[in-house]
Write a protein that binds this ligand. Structure first.
Ligand SMILES: Nc1ncnc2c1ncn2[C@@H]1O[C@H](COP(=O)(O)OP(=O)(O)OP(=O)(O)O)[C@@H](O)[C@H]1O
Length: 243
């Protein structure tokens, strides 16, 4: 076993949900009926990711993949267990995470960069490259709320791909944007991944993408690890299960 980049030890994550009550009940006894329920989305998951490894996470809808990724990214902390990144910098590339809609694309580059732990001069140094890669042209100075979903994801991808962190978490975004951008982002991702110092975790429903990019696969099922192993070992069994 090589040097560890991510250690996930017995992680459990619960969501707080409010139980639905009838409208009448909530009007006449509002406090009494505000029942909180918990839903455990991740139920004691443990695994290690070695430095330089490219791990794919698979599982049917609702199996806890995105929840786990957000916990690794530090967006929320686990209710139990621990996640150790061994001091590595980390970024999460995911649709719908992280932009301030009223701010321009350019302002969001600075905001996201700072949230990723970069200093302003470091971001300034990479600014032109990010804008160029995003292909947003003049839109870069317009509020992000005026962007189409494809433009939004182009910006998100460009920030994460150009401001390189040691660990990159990617949630399903390789399949967005127009065909040309999809190809370009796939190539960029490949070159980032080829850097053996970088550790990558990809959540995807595309076996094709996973087969091309990943060395290892973690299969989550109803919040627990069903299987972990090499891509050749796990992916055929997962595909058979899903067919
Ligand atoms: N904010 C939330 N509040 C309550 N339950 C949630 C919340 N977000 C997710 N869940 C539940 O947690 C479980 C895991 O969700 P998660 O999004 O992690 O699954 P996933 O494997 O990424 O699914 P998909 O493949 O559909 O993206 C699901 O049952 C989902 O309904």
């Amino acid at each position: 076993m090589g040097e560890s980049a991510i250690s996930v030890r017995n992680v459990k994550i619960k969501y707080r949900c409010f139980k639905k009550v009838s409208l009448l009940k909530s009007i006449f006894a509002p406090r009494k009926n505000k029942k909180i329920e918990y839903f455990e989305a991740v139920k004691g998951v443990s695994f290690e990711v070695e430095k330089g490894q490219i791990l794919g996470i698979v599982g049917k809808n609702g199996s806890g993949k995105s929840t786990l990724l957000k916990a690794i990214a530090g967006i929320f902390s686990p209710d139990e267990g621990e996640i150790d990144l061994h001091g590595h910098s980390i970024s999460l590339l995911s649709i719908g995470v992280g932009f301030q809609n009223k701010l321009s694309g350019r302002e969001n580059i600075f905001l996201s960069g700072m949230l990723l732990g970069f200093e302003r001069p470091q971001i300034e140094e990479k600014l032109d490259e990010i804008i160029e890669f995003s292909e947003l042209g003049d839109f870069i100075d317009r509020p992000v709320k005026t962007y189409s979903s494809g433009m939004y994801s182009k910006l998100a991808f460009s920030i994460t791909a150009i401001l390189e962190t040691e660990i990159m978490l990617i949630d399903e975004v390789l399949s967005v944007g127009d065909a040309k951008f999809k190809k370009k982002s796939y190539e960029k991702m490949r070159s980032l991944i080829m850097n053996k110092d970088r550790t990558v975790v990809i959540v995807s429903h595309s076996s094709d993408t996973l087969r091309k990019l990943c060395d290892n696969i973690l299969w989550l099922h109803d919040g627990v690890v069903k299987m972990q192993g090499t891509t050749e070992e796990v992916l055929p069994l997962y595909e058979e299960f899903m067919s």
